[in-house]
Design a protein around this ligand. Structure first.
Ligand SMILES: Nc1ncnc2c1ncn2[C@@H]1O[C@H](COP(=O)(O)OP(=O)(O)OP(=O)(O)O)[C@@H](O)[C@H]1O
Length: 282
């Protein structure tokens, strides 16, 4: 894998006496979706704001394409969708996106073209010229996503993007984020909906008490084993450290004369990873 587009090391930020982020390390790679999970108050939003160049870290470094950058310089390369944002209610979605395009220095006609392109992408084309006040919460979320994409960001940061979206919009969001990643964008999504994150993420970063942790997948892998002649409900599940341990285990079963009908890796899923890490909390 080539180096990360964005690499943050040792980020820390406090508000008054309160340490919101104590030590955050994170790598974001082009073409990959990273899921950020953690309990309420763990520091996820504070970390995202620092990565977006909107909040200055007290400590730590952020490298963009392998070069240290000042946080404010990140903004041009980043698309940022906050968990809560205001919408200019009297403007239309097109006018809102054009205004953001103009803020990024686009000519009026380019900003208008980009606005229309994005409204199609997030399926709001029918609302192009109606006041934003008429949009539902989920539609406003989709407009927020379009807003985050105005500058064709290489890094897309989304804080709870699916909140308020109906099931179809959530599925479309997942598809859209995968398309963005396939086109080379590095995507970081924070969410409490673990099953959804599990499905869409290539990498997971966990936050707890202001610090990041990378969960170890090997701790959570198990294998389902069934011998020839065993009914499906007689299958056994064993926890094994990694693929190499699984191969050795299978070889031993066969050497011992067992006829193996099924040997399948079963991931216990992000919920279990989360609960295990949360249980480790000291
Ligand atoms: N501007 C601020 N001033 C003071 N304290 C803050 C500020 N922003 C965040 N905090 C505190 O820092 C801690 C981390 O907050 P943050 O919003 O980053 O957590 P989070 O993981 O995003 O939580 P949630 O899942 O509830 O959104 C919390 O205790 C919060 O109250």
């Amino acid at each position: 894998m080539i180096g990360p587009v964005l690499a943050a090391r040792g980020l820390a930020r406090q508000f008054g006496d309160h340490l919101a982020v104590t030590h955050a390390d994170i790598d974001l790679h082009a073409g990959r979706i990273t899921g950020l999970v953690g309990p309420n108050g763990a520091g996820k939003t504070t970390l995202l704001l620092m990565l977006a160049g909107l909040l200055e870290p007290d400590r730590g470094t952020i490298e963009f394409d392998g070069t240290a950058v000042e946080h404010a310089k990140l903004r041009a390369a980043i698309g940022w969708m906050p968990d809560a944002f205001g919408t200019w209610e009297s403007l239309t979605p097109r006018e809102i996106l054009v205004a953001f395009g103009r803020l990024y220095g686009m000519a009026a006609t380019d900003a208008d073209l980009r606005a229309r392109e994005l409204l199609t992408l997030v399926h709001l084309e029918d609302f192009t010229d109606s006041p934003a006040s008429g949009l539902s919460r989920g539609q406003k979320q989709r407009l927020g996503l379009a807003r985050a994409l105005v500058n064709r960001p290489r890094i897309l940061l989304l804080d709870e993007p699916a909140s308020g979206m109906d099931p179809r919009s959530r599925i479309e969001l997942r598809t859209l984020l995968r398309q963005m990643a396939d086109a080379g964008t590095a995507v970081l999504v924070s969410s409490h909906i673990l099953a959804e994150l599990d499905e869409m993420s290539d990498d997971i970063v966990m936050m707890q008490g202001g610090a990041t942790r990378i969960p170890e997948p090997s701790r959570h892998a198990s294998w389902r084993i069934r011998r020839v002649g065993d009914a499906p409900d007689r299958a056994v599940t064993v926890e094994l450290a990694d693929d190499a341990a699984a191969a050795a285990y299978l070889a031993k079963l066969i050497a011992d004369g067992h006829a193996i009908a099924e040997f399948t890796r079963v991931d216990t899923g992000l919920e279990q990873v989360y609960l295990d890490l949360d249980a480790d909390r000291t």
